[in-house]
Write a protein that binds this ligand. Sequence first.
Ligand SMILES: [Cu+2]
Length: 269
Amino acid sequence: MWSYRVGFVIVVSLPWALVSAGPAGAHGALEDPLSRAAACGAEGPGQAARSAACRAAVRASGGVLTRAWDDLRVANVAGRDRQVIPDGKLCSGGLAAYRGLDLARADWPATTVRPGARFAFKYRGTIPHRGTFRMYVTKQGYDPREPLKWSDLERKPFLTATDPALKDGSYTISGRLPSRSGRHLIYTIWQNSDTPDTYYSCSDVVFRRSSNAAAAAAAVPRARPVAASRQDGVRRKDASWLVGGSVVLAGCAGATGLLIKRRRHRFER
Ligand SMILES: [Cu+2]
């Protein structure tokens, strides 16, 4: 009977342990077109993460940006983004821990895209939520060397999606890119409906008409590196725990951790 109970505890708590083996407090960011946070975070594509812009951003922000690139969220905004998030701080959501993302520079890792083309936007969901995505583009004449202001963005989103499907760990939002030329910024707002949080993402893009766009885009690795590495990270940790032989301990700790995390996630701030 006793061993039956132990077995039950292991079976029930192991999946929880796997979930909580992932990084604490993690939720998402735009990965295609690559956002600044996803580029510069611990799991960003190497070339982008090593860029001068990312190094400067990490220096300015401290460790949080690297560790928690997918946790850029502000509670209780409830659609009042323009009132709550100050001009010049759009990319950090006004959060000091992410201030490096606001650096006004023209060399952020950028994804080359074709104006007006169909595009499958991918938003990595490290912890799934319900909610609405709104994507804005900068007006023609945008200057990346100036701090980003609300007035730099078009008033209306060029694309919105509510509860898009989560596939292979990413929300895919199919739509059409706006018509622009040169370097621009796509600003993504993800307003949750199942938490009080709103997430903010800045993606640098270069609109180019020529079909050489694909070659130029290769300068920045696309979605896969971000998407794959987190999964792998979780599995590796999980395996080492098993090898370590502390399955029961891990299960119980995991279950407790998940409960605590769930509570924190729902009620913090
Ligand atoms: Cu979350």
